[in-house]
Design a protein around this ligand. Sequence first.
Ligand code: CA2
Length: 148
Amino acid sequence: MAKKIHILNGPNLGLLGVREPHLYGSATLADVERECREIAKPAGFEVICRQTDAEHEMIHFIHEARIGAAGIVINPAAFCYAGYPVLDALKMCDCPIIEVHITNIHRREAEWRAKSILTQGVTGMISGLGIDVYGLGVRHIIRVRSGQ
Ligand code: CA2
């Protein structure tokens, strides 16, 4: 059975490619999913891509991933600013967790965007490289999970 990498997206990211393309680009979540699958498949990994606007649903997604996932790539969107239940759920996982942000959250117009409360529950964070952040997270998980 293929090892699974869960790609989890938080609130409003369902509108990726539709709203604010000057900030977030024109690629959609379907494009992100396709790119990640193209990276994962030849390495023998399966990609499960999900998005939710609801915090409790994000927590369910993390609980599902906790059982047997090779790794998690999560763009928590604004859950990273006040989502303490999301932090608790991430801390329950033993697999590598890569937090990603499409924009450079340290370089945004508002100071509050710079501080993610989730960083202490994740393995590492990638921010500011557009949608490449997802594929980079997937590549890292493949590398550590394939013992390369
Ligand atoms: O840069 C990122 O990936 C963010 O996580 C996106 C979040 C934002 O709250 C973070 O500060 C940084 C969500 C932005 C609003 O949602 C949109 C989604 C797609 C297109 C436009 C807005």
